[in-house]
Design a protein around this ligand. Sequence first.
Ligand SMILES: Cc1cc2nc3c(=O)[nH]c(=O)nc-3n(C[C@H](O)[C@H](O)[C@H](O)COP(=O)(O)OP(=O)(O)OC[C@H]3O[C@@H](n4cnc5c(N)ncnc54)[C@H](O)[C@@H]3O)c2cc1C
Length: 396
Amino acid sequence: MMQRRRVDVVVIGAGPAGSMAAAELAKRGLKVLLVDKRSQVGVPVRCAEGVGKVGLMRYFAIRPQWISAETDTVRLYAPNGDYLQLNQGMQGLILNRRVFDADLAKWAAEAGAQLCLQTYACGLLMDRGWVRGAQLQGPKGRLSVRAKLIIAADGVESRVARWAGVDTTLALKDVESCAQYLMGGLELDPPRCEFYFGRQVAPGGYAWIFPKGLSRANVGVGISGNYAGRRTAKEYLDDFVARVVPGGEKMGFVTGGVPVSRVLKKVYGPGLLIVGDAARQSNPLSGGGIIPALEAGRLAARVAVQALAEDDLSERSLCRYQKAWNQSLGQSYARHYRLKEAVTRLPDKTLNATARTLRATEPHRLTLFQIFMTALRNRPSLILDIRHLFRSREPD
Ligand SMILES: Cc1cc2nc3c(=O)[nH]c(=O)nc-3n(C[C@H](O)[C@H](O)[C@H](O)COP(=O)(O)OP(=O)(O)OC[C@H]3O[C@@H](n4cnc5c(N)ncnc54)[C@H](O)[C@@H]3O)c2cc1C
């Protein structure tokens, strides 16, 4: 028999976006159901786990258990093997997302949200265009939950927003196909984040080595379907590994998609808010989605609290979330998107020339601003975007 329930908010997906939203809502005394189809939050980890330390500190007092490695150096490799090294403002963390994601979901549960794992959202309860609840399939059978608001936090492959009639289509050029090994047996002293560029390495994207200690690392490749032809991300990754870390031991393998697009035109609907990768809110230049997911979850919860207090879940009320997003990261990510479009088109010879021009600059003097200005010096229309982006801070 179908069970029925009623809550204030159902959050679908217990990734960083969903757990943040659920925690913030539950803290304010709302009745929240946080569901995830997985049996263990955050597992398997489909992420290189890199975040800016300063960015993460805006949300939490960072727990040591979350961190696999800390780095303050970044190397950017040109296609010909020359590299630029930066260590100015490059404080990065490589998280242990298995622990991080689990802690966030636990935090939401401790705040009062009911966390239901192995619970798959398979449809929405709709009434004349309004979202009124969700159909769930859990370990004990089917459940129909009526809610004043649904938060779609179901990641890059999101279906929830589509069920509500939102167009979530991603153009081929706006999604990176990624493949990643967790590798051991490496020599990573001192640990640093390495990025490799070039048409042969990762067309339309980049390859990365993010240390998870002194001998283990996430080694991955993200490619754009527009430039990669028929070869898969795994094929590019295997070539990369054979060339750059041939002695490493492969300990795990994951694939996944990363949206590098503009944010959805509408991240809300009547009775619906869309957050994180589901709303295409990741940084289109770097592909980093952890920090923007946290930001989106927090902003969505703030707007939801107000809308629920006013008992107005209409689009007119919920559009405040889109405005808040634009003011927070959205406008800056629109500039990141324009830069991404230009950078992914740069030929290898320009990338090599950029490395050659800046090679002599000391790592503590070299900035991302200089690198972008050099690489894109023939694109004057982008100079304002670059200036604007790096005036206040480095990208996440
Ligand atoms: C290979 C790779 C490397 C990456 N590296 C980085 C990096 O270094 N740094 C960075 O910042 N970002 C990185 N990202 C991106 C980052 O992982 C995401 O942007 C981030 O996890 C988005 O958070 P989210 O909460 O929106 O979605 P997710 O973390 O994807 O969470 C969505 C959740 O929804 C659940 N779900 C989906 N559908 C349903 C359903 N129907 N019912 C119930 N539950 C459902 C899923 O099980 C999942 O737990 C990487 C991504 C990939 C693929």
